[in-house]
Write a protein that binds this ligand. Structure first.
Ligand code: GRF
Length: 211
C-alpha cells in the first residue's frame, strides 16, 4: 500500500475530502504547522495520526523545514499533499521530496499566485475563476499544472460566495489529482503534465491534458 502525508494549516476541508476519497494509499499522517488547526480534530476523528510541527518553535524557515522534513520522513511517503498549508517551503525541502509534493491553489494559475486570490479576482472583474492542483517547485505557485477547475464569477458574488464556489471544485480536483499520481498516471515533460491512459473525468469546466 502506498503512503501519503497531508500538510495543513487550518480548517482542513481539502484534507477531509482526501481522507474520504478512498485513495489507493494509506494516509500515514496529517501534519500541521499550526497547533490550533481545526483539521487536526477532523483527521483524528477519521482515525488518522496527527502531528504538529509549529513554525514558531524554530529560529528560521530553514530550521522549520528541516524539522518538517524529518517528521515527514518517518512515514516514508510516496506523496506529500499540501492541503491548505500556508507556509512557503525552502528549496532544500523541495529537493528532498522532488516530484512528490502537490498543492491545491485557489485560482486558475498562473493568474493570482499568492494570497487573497478571491478578493483580487473580484477587484479585477474577471468572469471566470477557479482552482489548480500543481506540483510544488521552489517558485511560488508556479509548478507544473496537473488539473484545473473553473467556476463563473457572478455579479452578486462576495469574496465568501466566490470562495465557497471554488472550494467545492477544490474538493473534486485534489483527490482526483492525488489518485492519478498514486496510480502512476502523471507524466511530466518540461512544465507540462499529461495524464496517461483513459480519462473519463474532464467536463466543460475542468481539464487535464491527456497523453
Ligand atoms: C483552500 O482554499 C486552499 O486552496 C487554500 O487554502 C484553503 C484551505 O482550506 N490554499 P481548507 O483548510 O482545505 O479547508
Amino acid at each position: 500500500m502506498k503512503r501519503l502525508v497531508i500538510l495543513i494549516s487550518g480548517r482542513g476541508s481539502n484534507m477531509q475530502a482526501l481522507l474520504e476519497a478512498q485513495l489507493p494509499a494509506e494516509a500515514s499522517a496529517v501534519i500541521s504547522n499550526e497547533p490550533s488547526a481545526k483539521g487536526l480534530e477532523i483527521a483524528r476523528s477519521l482515525g488518522v495520526p496527527t502531528r504538529v510541527v509549529h513554525h514558531r518553535d524554530f529560529a528560521d524557515r530553514g530550521a522549520f523545514d528541516l524539522a518538517l522534513m524529518d517528521a515527514i520522513d518517518e512515514y516514508d511517503p510516496h506523496l506529500v499533499i499540501l492541503a491548505g498549508f500556508m507556509r512557503i517551503l525552502t528549496p532544500v525541502f523541495l529537493a528532498h521530496f522532488e516530484g512528490k509534493v502537490i498543492n491545491i491553489h485557489p485560482s486558475l494559475l498562473p493568474a493570482y499566485q499568492g494570497v487573497d486570490t478571491h478578493r483580487r479576482a473580484l477587484q479585477d472583474g474577471v468572469k471566470i475563476h477557479g482552482c489548480t492542483v500543481h506540483f510544488v517547485t521552489p517558485d511560488l505557485d508556479s509548478g507544473p499544472i496537473i488539473v484545473q477547475a473553473a467556476v463563473p464569477v457572478l455579479p452578486q458574488d462576495t469574496e465568501q460566495t466566490l470562495a465557497a464556489r471554488v472550494l467545492e471544485q477544490e474538493h473534486r480536483v485534489l483527490p482526483r489529482a492525488a489518485g492519478w499520481f498514486l496510480d502512476g498516471r502523471l507524466r511530466l515533460t518540461g512544465n507540462q503534465v499529461r495524464l496517461a491512459g483513459e480519462c473519463h473525468y474532464p467536463d466543460p469546466i475542468s481539464s487535464p491534458l491527456t497523453a
